[in-house]
Design a protein around this ligand. Structure first.
Ligand code: GLU
Length: 429
């Protein structure tokens, strides 16, 4: 099998930072802190099921391309597997496995009755037409039809996917079942059982965590200087809500570069500019261009990495100037960089807490669908806020009483809850 095949094992270069190894290191640290037995850690460091399917897709020019689609189901000890589906060129089985494990801890930490999963296809959606993306989404779900379901595994949007893909996936599953099954995915359009508040949920959750962390330091959002890496679904929503609350968003960026304004950007105008310019933000008037690398090292009060993993590494960690980092992306800070930041007294609020707003509202969407009763946006946002604030307080309490970092505290809570359930359920046979 040649290396360009989607099924070729990714042979890491020496510089490769394996996301699954990193996820296991955090699990090991939490297991040590919790004094978990060897068997429990051993079980939790393996995904329960790993599925890779072949997706033959007819391109618009008539050619057939075969893609690899992954779904990793890490744990269903607390409930159905839950997690997004990512369409991004950097998707690998290792990455999807790491992200599936993070979903397990995230759901457990937030106290929602789900396990963890993640899916992905290594494509750049920008290189495919809408009808090609529809064929890819439908064939992917059809290949996984026996592995998903409203009480088995419930996909949702992630990088490169949105309500549009969820509608195609819900329809494909439903047609195969012979009746509408809205509960098979979350993050759906409102017309087929989506929830008000879902689209902005991850960004809103990030805003809530930043607000709470500042309040603990006797500060408020008003006037706080914030830099945000990423202006996609999460970064743009967080920027908008933080800006509305009076924070100064001094810089934001996309993969193609970013913009900086010493006195703060007008986020609503920036969003309008991005809409008119095919999602591009460079060239925005009254702002200076800035690279992604420069953005991370700007002097600011709060840094929000809201793009890909492994952005703050040993290479740039010494240049980071923010005292508070709120991880809106999954895994944006590497293990070594995290240790260096902690040693310097920088607070890093981890992904499994900070970006949990999305899966919390996914849960609320699923509950509304199962009960055939839909709530207004205020209720959805209120329920989410209450779960986020509770989780934040629990993490800070654990961090203070155990004298450990907020990241380890979040893992202790998430891993601890799953380990407890594993012990109570026992091992079959
Ligand atoms: N993809 C999002 C995450 O990483 C949402 C997952 C979901 O709603 O199931 O948390």
């Amino acid at each position: 099998m040649d290396q360009t095949s989607p099924f070729a094992l990714d042979i890491p270069s020496p510089a490769y930072i394996c996301p699954f190894d990193q996820a296991c290191s955090y699990l090991d640290a939490a297991a040590k802190e919790l004094k978990l037995g060897q068997g429990v850690s051993e079980i939790l460091s393996h995904p329960r099921k790993v599925v890779t399917v072949s997706i033959p897709v007819k391109r618009d020019n008539g050619e057939i391309q075969v893609l690899a689609g992954h779904r990793v189901q890490h744990s269903d000890i607390l409930g159905p597997y839950k997690g997004g589906i990512r369409f991004h060129p950097a998707v690998t089985l290792r990455e999807v496995s790491a992200l599936a494990m993070l979903m397990t801890w995230k759901c457990a930490l937030l106290g929602i009755p789900y396990g963890g999963a993640k899916g992905g296809i290594a494509i750049n959606p920008k290189n495919y037409s809408i009808s090609e993306l529809e064929r890819i989404s439908r064939r992917y779900i059809s290949e996984l039809i026996k592995d998903i379901g409203p009480s088995v595994d419930i996909p949702a949007p992630d990088m490169g996917t949105s309500a549009r893909e969820m509608a195609w996936m819900m329809d494909t599953y439903s047609v195969n079942m012979g009746h509408a099954v809205p509960g098979v995915v979350t993050g759906k359009p409102l017309s087929i059982g989506g929830s008000l508040g879902r689209e902005m949920a991850t960004g809103r959750g990030v805003m809530i965590i930043v607000r709470e962390a500042l309040a603990d330091r006797g500060k408020s959002l008003a006037g706080t200087r914030i830099a945000i890496q990423g202006f996609g679904n999460v970064g743009a929503a967080a920027a908008e809500l933080l800006h509305q609350a009076g924070a100064k968003i001094i810089a934001v960026s996309t993969g193609a570069g970013g913009v900086f304004a010493e006195n703060g950007l007008d986020i609503l105008e920036l969003q309008a500019y991005a809409r008119e310019n095919n999602r591009k933000i460079s060239g925005f008037p009254q702002a200076k261009p800035i690279t992604n690398t420069e953005l991370l090292t700007l002097p600011c009060d709060v840094l929000i990495p809201a793009a890909l993993e492994n952005q703050i590494t040993q290479e740039n960690v010494n240049q980071i100037q923010a005292n508070l980092i709120v991880e809106a992306a999954n895994g944006p800070v590497t293990l070594e960089a995290n240790q260096a930041l902690e040693a310097r007294g920088v607070t890093v609020l981890p992904d499994i807490l900070s970006n949990a707003g999305g899966v919390v509202v996914s849960y609320l969407e699923w509950v509304q669908g199962l009960s055939y009763l839909f709530w207004d946006e205020q209720r959805v946002n209120g329920e989410m806020e209450s779960l986020m604030v509770q989780a934040y307080r629990k993490v800070m309490h654990q961090s203070q009483t155990r004298k450990i970092s907020p990241r380890l505290a979040a893992y202790v809570l998430g891993v601890g809850r799953v380990a407890q359930a594993l012990n109570d359920r026992g091992l079959y046979p």
